[in-house]
Design a binder for this molecule. Sequence first.
Ligand SMILES: Cc1cc2nc3c(=O)[nH]c(=O)nc-3n(C[C@H](O)[C@H](O)[C@H](O)COP(=O)(O)O)c2cc1C
Length: 214
Amino acid sequence: MMSAPRTITLAFTGASGLPYGLRLLECLLAAEARVYLLYSPAAQVVARHELDLTLPTQPHAAASFFGERYAARPGQLTVFAREDWLAPIASGSNPSDAMAICPCSMGTVGALAAGLADNLIERAADVMLKERRPLVLVPRETPLSTIHLENLTKLSRAGAVILPPAPGFYGRPTTIDDLVDFIVARVLDQLGVAHSLGPRWGEARITPPTVERA
Ligand SMILES: Cc1cc2nc3c(=O)[nH]c(=O)nc-3n(C[C@H](O)[C@H](O)[C@H](O)COP(=O)(O)O)c2cc1C
């Protein structure tokens, strides 16, 4: 059941598929969620390669950049540095309501499966698992090695939702945006955030306002 969006941690790591993460951020902000955003240096490299997009390194610059891009309310979006151990999400005493890592690299999958908690993305995810809060991973690699599969199985057993970016084609997608929205809709469902991204199986398209792309 969908509830009022609360605080969601969103991390981008260095797997291909940043368009999923950006669209997820846009939809979370449009849904009035409070968002804590984190991204890895490898995600910045991928952003340049995939989208010609330079993600600011400094957290306050990143918050301004994304806040303006997606018209966030003041205070709605906070960006934390890679080793900001004073961030609320670094502790089980103050976790967010749910977290997504989208896209999630196999490197981060391995680190999470090993419990490394060596940067704030890994630590925040580690906290979600130990506190039994929703953690959604959108892992991207193909093909998957046995190591990847074993790590993903371990994380699934620990409570994470493994949600590969594998869009269905039964909705007759015609654009890349349609494919992206298919996956983002499934992530939002897992986070308990209401959305109107495309019809659900067995239902006519319902009409809450769509989120236009920035
Ligand atoms: C353009 C580009 C695409 C990449 N795509 C993937 C990918 O799809 N999956 C993956 O696991 N790693 C991918 N990598 C490699 C990761 O970025 C690399 O393993 C990095 O160490 C991950 O670090 P992070 O998990 O801290 O972001 C890619 C790297 C680049 C530069």
